[in-house]
Design a protein around this ligand. Structure first.
Ligand code: ADP
Ligand code: MG
Length: 350
């Protein structure tokens, strides 16, 4: 479906392992003072001075986490970095370095890896990240990519998941559900393409959804915004699995309950229109879609005036006593217990 413009195929064996690593990493420039030694020795060296260190890692496997028939390799590289940076920002930290490990089968020529690293390079440049190492090996089948992100933070700035307090406000950044719908659109086009390889899909009605799926952005801007507004969240998490599941993580770990208001969920107009077209419930999609990479956090009520006019931030609920449970309050003012999958209409409270 996505045209392969680059027809040259250079076998990886022509370069050898060290030639390959050198070729792929030669254009990366060190941008952070804390990076003392990057790629090229047995280990990288960092100097984080008095700062605390954040470390997070993700493993992405072809056929499980991505499908190369509609995921261009450049986007895959970019996204693999974003999902990790998002975890650092969710701690309120500053992401500074990554390592990238790949396993590739001989089905992939050098040009494919160049594309992958173009995406990684763009992510590093845009987010001010140093690539400081990794590992390269072969796989019998498919592509596997693992990214580890490292961040720095002052001890007193760290925001955990387990520190939400009763009466705090629950806030989400951006909008929800678009990435999941983008995936549904791409899956549908893939099926059309398999039946008719000459079809030229017109995806303009879905451009925002597809961009959210293929080129998500981690919310580094929000960490800065909160600092500028002088707001330290009482708890925070990034939305990778879906809003419901993340709210449950905050509430379970903080030993609190929550009321989430259906009418407050921020939805892009394309999400609403596409849900109608696909006959999906937009609330279900917002709650369980996943891969939004937005931030979900709680703030103390006294900080509300500082955030209330901000277009990036929506208050979607508030924290209650643990005994009240974790609920969705519907537009019809019904309370429904939230589950990790979204909400379970069989467990209505009244
Ligand atoms: P070693 O044999 O000591 O593990 P390698 O030959 O695997 O070293 O790697 C040499 C250098 O290249 C190291 O700095 C390593 O971190 C880096 N490196 C290896 N693979 C990658 C990769 N896929 N992306 C970025 N850096 C890599
Ligand atoms: Mg190695």
């Amino acid at each position: 479906m996505i045209e392969d413009k680059n027809q040259t195929r250079t076998s990886l064996s022509e370069l050898g392992e060290f030639g390959l690593i050198n070729h792929l990493t030669q254009n990366f420039k060190i941008q952070n003072n804390s990076t003392i030694k990057g790629v090229g020795d047995d280990a990288a060296v960092l100097d984080l001075k008095e700062k605390q260190v954040l470390i997070t890692t993700d493993l992405l496997i072809e056929g499980v986490h991505f499908d190369l028939s509609y995921m261009p390799l450049k986007h895959l590289g970019y996204k693999a970095v974003m999902v990790n940076l998002s975890d650092v920002y969710a701690m309120n930290g500053n992401a500074t370095q990554i390592t990238v490990s790949i396993a590739v089968s001989n089905r992939f020529p050098l040009e494919a890896l160049e594309e992958l690293y173009e995406g990684i390079h763009l992510a590093c440049k845009t987010y001010n990240i140093d690539l400081i190492g990794g590992d390269t090996t072969s796989s019998t089948k498919g592509l596997l990519i693992s990214v580890t992100a490292i961040g720095e933070i002052e001890k007193e700035d760290i925001v955990y998941r387990n520190t939400a307090k009763q009466n705090d406000l629950l806030v989400v950044t951006g909008d929800l559900g678009a990435s999941y719908l983008g995936l549904q659109v791409l899956e549908r086009e893939k099926q059309v393409f398999e039946v008719n390889p000459n079809s030229q899909p017109d995806l303009t009605d879905y451009n925002y959804l597809i961009e959210r799926q293929l080129k998500p952005e981690a919310r580094k801007d929000i960490v800065k915004l909160l600092k500028d507004l002088d707001v330290k969240p009482t708890s925070m998490i990034d939305i990778s699995d879906g809003l419901s599941s993340e709210i449950l993580h905050i509430c379970t770990q903080s030993k609190v309950g929550c009321n989430l208001y259906e009418e407050k969920l921020p939805l892009d107009p394309q999400v609403i229109a596409t849900c109608e077209e696909f006959e999906l419930n937009s609330t279900t999609i917002a709650l369980s879609g996943g891969e939004d990479y937005e931030l979900l956090f709680t703030i103390s009520q006294e900080d509300f005036p500082k955030i209330k006019a901000n277009p990036h931030l929506t208050v979607i609920g508030h924290i209650t006593h643990e005994s009240e449970g974790v609920n969705l309050v519907t537009r019809a003012n019904q309370q429904i217990q939230l589950t990790a999958q979204g909400w379970n209409s069989l467990t209505k409270k009244d």
